[in-house]
Design a protein around this ligand. Structure first.
Ligand code: FES
Length: 88
């Protein structure tokens, strides 16, 4: 289980769960809408930590954004503790 910090709030998340599932399990509100990698509402910036992302729409997150450390919460699974910054 990894520790996820998002704008001062933290919750646990295993590498099998995405960050939206884990936040909801602890009643922590995070931006999300489609929960399918299509809308981009859940875009955040990873400040530190390792992660992997499942398939998502390029219209929701461009390759350039992904290279800069932006991710979609609904398609990201942690591989270490993560520090995340909300961008909206
Ligand atoms: S909630 Fe729509 S892309 Fe994550």
């Amino acid at each position: 289980m990894f520790k996820i910090d998002i704008n001062g709030q933290s919750f646990p998340c295993s590498k099998e769960n995405n960050l939206v599932q884990a936040a909801r399990a602890k009643m922590i509100k995070v931006p999300c809408a489609c929960v399918g990698g299509g809308c981009g509402i859940c875009k955040v910036k990873i400040v530190s930590g390792q992660y992997e992302m499942d398939t998502y729409a390029k219209s929701a997150l461009s390759d350039e954004e992904a290279e800069k450390g932006y991710v979609l919460l609904c398609k990201t699974r942690p591989l270490s503790d993560l520090q995340i910054e909300l961008i909206s």
